[in-house]
Design a protein around this ligand. Structure first.
Ligand code: CU
Length: 162
């Protein structure tokens, strides 16, 4: 069983929920490399999470505000000195998504920024769960961060990138 790390305020979902444990284990096994599968896999993972949430008892349902996709990379992260290397990429994602050419190209271009986001988020918000693949989904911040990545992915597919 994968318990949440402390001292964060993890999602209130019970550790004994077998669907949730299955999702945590799937995530810890997923190879987080920069190919198209990375984006497709996480898109599906987010859909599974919303199905799981709908079946949870009320007391275990996360507050939707705490897991909502970030509209953009938060200022707590964009003000870290190392973010400068990704600032151009973020604006390209927001303004010129077609320039990535394919979902594979998008994933390739984003993977290092994705890794940095997990790491910087853990530090900026004092949440070690989000930095480790076995516990990241316990963190509300995981769903915010991946919600933003999934929005870029969805926009890319909407304009016809494959
Ligand atoms: Cu991630």
């Amino acid at each position: 069983m994968i318990p949440p790390r402390q001292p964060t305020a993890p999602l209130p979902i019970s550790s004994s929920n077998s669907d949730w444990q299955g999702m945590l284990e799937d995530h810890s096994r997923h190879p987080h490399n920069g190919n198209a599968h990375f984006l497709v896999w996480h898109h599906d993972f987010i859909l599974k999470f919303s199905a799981l949430r709908n079946n949870l008892p009320k007391a275990q349902q996360p507050n939707p505000n705490t897991i909502a996709a970030w509209p953009n990379v938060p200022v707590e992260i964009t003000t870290t000195p190392s973010w400068q290397q990704f600032a151009q990429l973020e604006s390209r994602l927001d303004t010129n998504i077609e320039s990535f050419g394919s979902i594979e190209g998008l994933a390739n271009s984003m993977i290092r920024m994705h890794d940095y986001l997990h790491f910087a988020t853990a530090i900026a918000y004092g949440d070690p769960n989000v930095a480790h693949t076995d516990t990241a989904p316990w963190s509300p911040l995981f769903w915010q961060l991946h919600g933003l990545i999934d929005r870029w992915y969805t926009e890319a597919t909407n304009i016809g990138l494959r």
